[in-house]
Write a protein that binds this ligand. Structure first.
Ligand code: NAG
Ligand code: NAG
Ligand code: NAG
Ligand code: NAG
Length: 198
């Protein structure tokens, strides 16, 4: 059997590694990160506060990006969509369910798909900052943002900090906070174990 010292060293290592694994299940996404930085620089040049990441808005953006994936770019899609002719998805209520959202909490938000071959970063950013979408990026009412990309498509969802646009989950408790709770409980238990072992 291992000596108590090396065993508690092992536990200490686990304490450091396990919460890190639990809290970072999402893949890092360069396109999304760059677009977020670009949009926030744009906001700064407009003297507007930067947008903070809203996980639930990102969840809905992902559902919608999945639908657009595979569709070709055209002069009537993405940022060139003629207002009033936005693509409608009959299964939109399912997307909301999937993200634990309802129609009331997204009402004042906005959903902006863009199509750029290869998601070329500069073109992608200008598809938001130099198109009809700039009206929304200029909006003082928006405080949060969620971004997803699939294929040649990126979807940006903006949220507000009001009950009619904050993308709050229906249970009022998003999955990330329960993960945080679970990992703090785990930490506590491992901490107790160390105390007992010493
Ligand atoms: C889109 O492209 C088609 C074919 O190239 C052209 O006929 C049409 O006028 C264009 N529409 C707009 C809104 O630019
Ligand atoms: C958006 O991206 C397309 C490429 O799909 C490009 O042709 C167009 O110029 C871009 N629009 C803006 C406003 O940057
Ligand atoms: C957003 O603000 C920029 C800079 O002030 C301006 O050029 C652009 O036209 C605005 N967009 C809309 C849709 O008003
Ligand atoms: C939508 O969810 C919010 C937040 O949980 C809740 O306050 C509201 O009553 C719900 N609305 C509907 C129509 O279910």
């Amino acid at each position: 059997m291992a000596s108590p010292l090396s065993f508690s060293t092992l536990i200490t290592i686990l304490i450091i590694i396990i919460p890190a694994l639990l809290q970072c299940p999402v893949r890092s996404d360069d396109t999304g990160d760059q677009l977020l930085k670009g949009i926030n620089s744009y906001r700064t040049t407009q003297n507007l506060s930067p947008l903070t990441e809203n996980k639930n808005a990102a969840c809905l953006a992902e559902q919608i990006a999945e639908q657009f994936k595979g569709q070709a770019c055209s002069n009537t899609t993405g940022d060139d969509t003629v207002p009033g002719t936005e693509q409608q998805f009959p299964n939109f209520p399912d997307f909301l369910d999937q993200c634990h959202l309802n129609a009331s909490v997204i009402r004042d938000g906005t959903i902006m798909p863009a199509c750029v071959p290869g998601l070329e970063p500069n073109l992608l950013l200008s598809n938001f900052t130099k198109s009809q979408y700039s009206e929304y990026l200029n909006g003082t009412q928006f405080t949060g943002i969620g971004i997803a990309d699939e294929g040649n498509w990126a979807v940006v969802v903006l949220s507000t900090n009001t009950p009619t646009g904050n993308y709050a989950t229906v249970s009022g408790n998003d999955s990330s906070s329960s993960v945080a709770l679970r990992s703090s409980l785990l930490l506590l238990m491992l901490g107790l174990l160390i105390v007992l072992l010493n």
